[in-house]
Design a protein. Sequence first.
Lengths: 466, 366
Amino acid sequence: MKDDQIWKVVLDQLELRVSRSNFLTWFRNTSITDRADGMVTIETKNPFAHVWLSKKYRSLILETLQGVDTTIADVKFSVPSQTTAQRVVKKNVRIVAQKNQPLPTTDNQQPSTPTRIGRGAGASSSSIPLNAKYTFDTFVVGTSNEIAHAACRAVANRPGEAYNPLFIYGGVGLGKTHLLQAVGNAILDANPSFTVMYVASEKFANEFVESLQEQTTQQFKKRYRNVDVLIIDDVQFFAGKDKTQEELFYTFNSLYGQNKQLILSSDRPPSAIPTLQERLSSRLAAGMIADIKKPDYETRLAILQEKRDLRGVPIDQDVLVFIAKNVQSNVRDLEGAFNQVAGHSEFHNEKVTIEQTKRILKDTLTKPQRKTINVQEIIDAISSYYNISHTDLCGKSRKKEIVRPRQVAMYLLRKESSMSFPSIGEHFSGRDHTTAMHACEKIEKLIEQDEELSQEVLFLRERIYA
Amino acid sequence: MKFTCTQENLLRGISQTAPIAGRNSQLPILANVLLHTQQNTLVLTSTDLEIGVRTVVGGKMGEEGSCAISAKKLFEYVQQLPKTHPITIEKKERTVIVSTKGFTAQFSSADPEEYPLLPEKSATDGITISSTVLCEAIASTLFAATREETRPEIRSVILSWRDGGLHVAATDSFRLAEYTALTPSVREVSVLLPLSSAQEVARLFAQVGDVTVTPHENYVSFESSHIEVTSRLVDGVYPKYEDIIPTTHTTEVRINRDEFSRALKTISVFLPRDSKRVSLSIRPSEGELTARVGGGENGEGEVRCEIEGTGDDIDVLMNVQYLLEGIAHIAGDVCEGYFSGKHEPVVFRRHSKEDAYVYVVMPIQV
């Protein structure tokens, strides 16, 4: 095994044996720098940690190391001395010297927000993938998204002041990315000097991991903390990535402290993202939260009209009405259907009739909206989501922790697989069909009132159909 | 553990250590201050893992021992106690009783074994310097250090002993302040002290006699008879700032410091919101310097000062806050300004037998 692999295994084990705060305090930024003749040298950046590790954790670390590699006989600790530190940062020195020789001649009229030299360079290197086609002008506003739209407008007009952070959530294909990018574009139009960073959460996480591997975390931090607007799309993917969440947390604090605008999106509210650390989720929820719901019929029609005008294809209103009525799921599917019809029209250079539309969209429309779901899949999804075993879920126990998931299961079985009430009852240790009916009614009612439950059910449905 | 001392002594010890405690919220025990009794003294220790402070209070020891209790609570409590009677600190199992005549309080103690240790000394050859000089040097440069967390290498103050003196400097890349104390130094060494540690050093060592500065391999310690401060060093390299300080100039003026400062403050009244821009017109031949703010909604203003000087006429735009902060730290009645044009750095200097001060600031470019 390589040194860093060994150390990773050791850290994983140590994390279980010391408290979280101790682990983060003492073991962060540690690494094995040398291993020869059974002697392992562990380096830490902080002289305080050096003393503590060698006094308090020495035997624990040695024991754990020996558990991983039996050839290890002893361990010692080191801190990079000033001379080695200088070698490591030599690359930075050159940049620093350039920046300061002579004192930068930028406009220093506002010491509170000094224009940093090298900002332009920083911005271009991070290549902002803002798509110019996403603007507010092309965004169709309806009752389902007007709040989110208004909030984004406000943020675009007064970045860092209106709502900070702004958190937009909604299901797939409803226009979150469009809105986020529109804000970015609008801010850039109004303030060309601003650095706007748009990043998908996955990219943020990957870059962070990469920077850890290549030990370029400083550059990573610099890149994300020197922006005026940071937009992070799909933050639900941070779930379960503790280190990345921690980094996001610090980035968040740093930007928020400088009144820089943060905009985030997710498919559910921060509180409903599983395993998102509480301090992070409370921060995300601290500004403005706006949701985007599925578009209603009028909005769908307006979107189609907008598309038609933008593309300049002559398509009858009737046809648009037909599409709007029949494609209900989300904007992306709506666009797909429209593109099929418009493509046909352009290709044959003729106006499309309703009959033709039906034919063109036959596959899309008649395609079973959902794949057939069997009972086992639903039960699996529920038992893994709520972390309850199959036997408990289908068993006799009437404990509160089990009853609610069981009711959700009955509800989903009824709704998604159209099983009869008696056979649902049968499935859960031969319960009566009235029990199943009661469960369905109860959950149906609760979903209306309880946002959390409604999110849970939504999430379960997505899992089942994934 | 049992210890008795005066309220004043105890309060001094706590007020020196308490501000450090609680800064690092990651590790809960750091919100405490560690008390340890040995040889008729009480040693108080606090750290945030960037800087550690250890201070000694004299008194009468009953029993040796140690405890760790909430720094904030202890400070607020002892602050209120009367000065008339001695205070007794006594540890019984996990509670610590702090009492004096008429007052008794119980604190719960964290496990003192869990309290982080300060780094051990790895070097012995320190440099001894008068605390007045050290604090003056840090305090008069600290303000120029950047507050930006993304640039740790200049979010710091550099102390370097070389060329027969101690040079202390700070910059935020728009301006630079350097203080030079002409004290003979035995060897060449430099220490890059983080901003927060520099603030603490200047606060803690004001008027304590001599301070010994010992640079260790990867940290630095400051020691006086009662206090010992240990600080992490900044991981980075300070820019070679000596090259930025201009050595030539086209215009040289001498101006009364108070008058200049008052002129700048007066016209600041007319500064538009968020602007710090003041234009200076220097006319050495007429013996006059005019500071002007104009054109905004707030009206405009103009103040003239008498100067003595030689060289070309010069007009520059300056950040008034940078000017005021700089000249505030130039001791003495007269400040010397050196100008070389509207795009060239402006230098203010002061010299005396014991020390020298240089402040370089960039004009605003339009």
